[in-house]
Design a protein around this ligand. Structure first.
Ligand SMILES: [Zn+2]
Ligand SMILES: [Zn+2]
Length: 233
């Protein structure tokens, strides 16, 4: 019975989700995605060209805001780095993924390479499964990232936590200095700080839940953290 269906329709019977690939670390607190530097291999140029061209020829899955940057800090302009996810109905990838393959020799999962090499035609857009499977790429990254990077990431995160704490302490002190302190205590459950003058909450509780606004920058993964390592396999 399956034999009479076009090949992509046979796949549709089993494909409920498109596999997301090519997402990279955006924050030191990100324990799921990693830098592309961790996945660099010297691949044959014809492999790179084939895969990069395939990636360039995906159809638009989603357009989003934000400014991706090349994690290699290679000078490739952010405006060239894309703002869309592309797909062939089987996989979904950011449109800048071809840059990483073509210009930085980043490798991708073997399944995907075989898929490209197989010449399987894309699934027509109207038949795409709109759900994305993010665990496929996360699992692949987790099993290919080096312990060395994990250790450096953890050390950078610890350091960033210390810096973030000191920034928040400074913000709190400044609020207390500018506004002054009331005689009463903060009404937040379990908090024994003095409230800000004219307020019912202390400075710390006023910014609770909003700390990222002050500290997000300290969690930005520095280029030095992602520096290419000499690594085989
Ligand atoms: Zn680059
Ligand atoms: Zn409080």
């Amino acid at each position: 019975m399956l034999g009479v269906l076009p090949k992509y329709k046979q796949y549709l019977l089993v494909i409920k989700q498109m596999k997301l690939i090519g997402y990279w670390i955006t924050s030191l607190r990100d324990q799921v995605y990693y830098p592309p530097q961790e996945f660099v291999l010297n691949s044959p140029p014809e492999w790179q060209a084939l895969v990069a061209n395939y990636l360039d020829n995906g159809e638009v899955f989603e357009v989003y805001r934000g400014s991706p940057w090349c994690r290699f800090s290679c000078g490739y302009s952010n405006s060239n780095m894309g703002y869309r996810d592309l797909s062939d109905g089987y996989f979904v990838w950011p449109d800048n993924l071809s840059h990483y393959v073509r210009d930085h020799n980043v490798q991708l999962p073997q399944d995907f390479i075989q898929h490209v090499q197989s010449g399987t035609p894309p699934i027509p857009k109207e038949s795409w499964a709109l759900d994305r499977d993010v665990t496929y790429w996360q699992d692949w990254c987790r099993t290919h990232v080096s312990d060395n990077f994990r250790n450096r990431l953890q050390a950078a995160l610890n350091e960033a936590n210390i810096r973030a704490k000191s920034i928040i302490d400074k913000v709190v002190l400044e609020m207390e200095t500018v506004t002054g302190l009331a005689d009463s205590c903060c009404i937040w459950k379990g908090c024994s700080n003095r409230a800000l003058d004219g307020a019912v909450l202390c400075a710390r509780c006023v910014i609770k839940g909003n700390e990222d606004h002050y500290v997000w920058e300290v969690y930005h993964p520095a280029p030095v953290l992602m520096m290419p390592l000499v690594r085989v396999g």
